[in-house]
Design a protein around this ligand. Structure first.
Ligand SMILES: Nc1ncnc2c1ncn2[C@@H]1O[C@H](COP(=O)(O)OP(=O)(O)OP(=O)(O)O)[C@@H](O)[C@H]1O
Ligand SMILES: [Mg+2]
Length: 451
């Protein structure tokens, strides 16, 4: 990325002198407040040098300080180097206190100024790199932030199956990231360059869903003035994501089944069978087993779409992920909304850990976006998050007795050890410091499986 510097200086002689000081930097000049703010928006400089003595107060520093405050409000990450007159050391201290990154005392010396400005660019680049690395650390797959053993195991599984053309069913509560996982599978597959086409079966009226999926021929129904391709064909070569498959009407389920078995479609009002090459991924938050029992979902379709099943745990069952996600969202929204929010206050961390997150990651995303927008200080507090209205009754320690607490912790530790050992009981027992028979009896108690 190019280095961009905005020089705010009202003396034309000094402007010229400064302009020739720097190599390999895009430079823009401004001599007063309005021009400076316009350039700030246009150039989006990483570094600004700001002469404190600007009109209408060239002999004082009031306009300079006011402008410093505005710049840091508009672009909190800007590195501002304040330039002061000879006798103005106290101004320098005040400017640093307000958030300027450095100061420089006149008279100007090209080498020193170059050094100070380059150091500010370097600082900015290091900060950016840090942000990038901290994001990357917690991101096992594109678009996914997670550090919990539960999600890391899921991501490993996704990497394994992505390359094979297996029809996959993704299960999970609302907002757990079913679509993100579907996109990650597509992105890791050989089909990544071809389209990813999503269709939400719950959002389209029953009578339109068939033509949305399979397309229609001219004259198929009133208003069908020309032939139209459906979503299945649009995904040719790529991936079709059938979201909320549990909401697909039973009549259409049999057409879907035929497509999955024979890999051909018929447009509505058409007679030709058109072969289509797509990979299918389905998702639902509903219990398809229950629906099969009630006759509202076809069992044979279930077995077709569930060649592989990925179950996304609710956020409250992902150890440690809530705070990791919250931090990542703070960073993301702080940057996006141009706020200078640095992180979470301690009481916010406790509030996040105690809350049930019924809307899972989507709720987390929305709440943190609002909190970052509303935050007055550099840290998000519990009250910014407004989680108190719906506290997690089940997570409250007083709701559990000691035996329940112990059993919950025990079963969680065992589940984690099994996950990390790939369900190898001997290895899990070793890591837990118990014998194999002990572990077996505990697994039986908690209904866990291994081999
Ligand atoms: N692990 C994650 N890391 C970062 N962002 C995530 C993660 N999981 C979900 N998100 C974000 O949360 C939001 C909801 O995710 P997504 O739409 O995939 O959920 P969903 O399970 O499909 O929800 P629904 O059942 O309501 O359709 C999206 O904005 C997504 O980017
Ligand atoms: Mg979804």
């Amino acid at each position: 990325m190019s280095r961009r510097l905005l020089i705010i200086e009202d003396d034309p002689g000094l402007q010229k002198q400064m302009k020739w000081c720097f190599d390999g930097i895009d430079i823009s000049l401004a001599d007063k407040r309005d021009a400076a703010l316009a350039e700030l928006r246009r150039l989006d400089p990483q570094v600004v040098t700001l002469d404190l003595g600007l009109p209408p107060d060239p002999g004082g520093a009031s306009e300079g300080f006011a402008l410093l405050k505005t710049i840091l409000e508009l672009r909190p990450r800007t590195k501002v180097i304040v330039i002061t007159g000879r006798e103005e050391r106290e101004h320098a201290a005040r400017a640093i206190g307000m958030g300027a990154c450095d100061f420089y005392q006149k008279p100007l010396d090209a080498d020193t100024l170059n050094f100070v400005v380059n150091r500010a660019f370097r600082l900015d680049e290091l900060e950016q790199e840090n942000r990038r690395l901290s994001r990357h650390d917690a991101s096992p797959l594109a678009g996914i932030i997670a550090t919990s053993p539960e999600m890391l195991a899921t991501c490993q599984y996704v990497e394994k199956i992505a390359g094979a053309d297996i029809t996959t069913l993704i299960l999970g509560e609302t907002g757990t990231g079913k679509e993100v996982i579907a996109r990650a599978i597509h992105g890791l597959s050989d089909r990544a360059q071809a389209p990813f086409v999503a269709i939400n079966c719950a959002a389209i009226p029953e009578n339109l869903l068939e033509s949305e999926l399979f397309g229609y021929e001219k004259g198929a129904f009133t208003g069908a003035n020309r032939q139209k391709q459906g979503k299945v064909e649009a995904a040719t070569g790529g991936t079709l994501f059938l979201d909320e498959i549990g909401d697909m009407p039973v009549a259409l389920q049999s057409k879907m089944l035929r497509f999955l078995q024979e890999r051909v479609i018929e447009r509505v009002g058409g007679h030709d069978s058109i072969p289509v090459d797509v990979r299918v991924i389905c998702a639902t938050h509903q219990d398809l087993g229950d629906m099969i029992g009630q006759g509202s979902f076809r069992e044979d379709l279930y077995y077709r779409i569930a060649e592989m099943v990925i179950e996304l745990p609710p956020l409250r069952d992902r150890q440690g992920d809530a705070v990791v996600l919250a931090n990542a969202f703070v960073g993301q929204f702080s940057e996006q909304l141009k706020k200078n929010v640095k992180g979470l206050a301690d009481d916010a961390v406790s509030a996040i850990n105690c809350y049930r997150w019924p809307g899972n990651v989507r709720e987390m995303e929305n709440r943190l976006k609002r909190a970052v927008l509303m935050a007055d200080g550099p840290y998000i507090t519990a009250s910014d998050l407004q989680l108190s209205d719906a506290p997690d009754q089940q997570a409250k320690p007083e709701a559990l007795n000691l035996r329940q607490v112990r059993e919950k912790a025990e079963s969680q530790a065992i589940r984690q050890a099994l996950l990390l050992s790939g369900n190898n009981v001997a290895a899990a027992a070793r890591s837990l410091g118990v014998t194999r028979p002990t572990l077996y009896s505990m697994m039986e108690k908690y209904g866990l499986k291994g081999h």
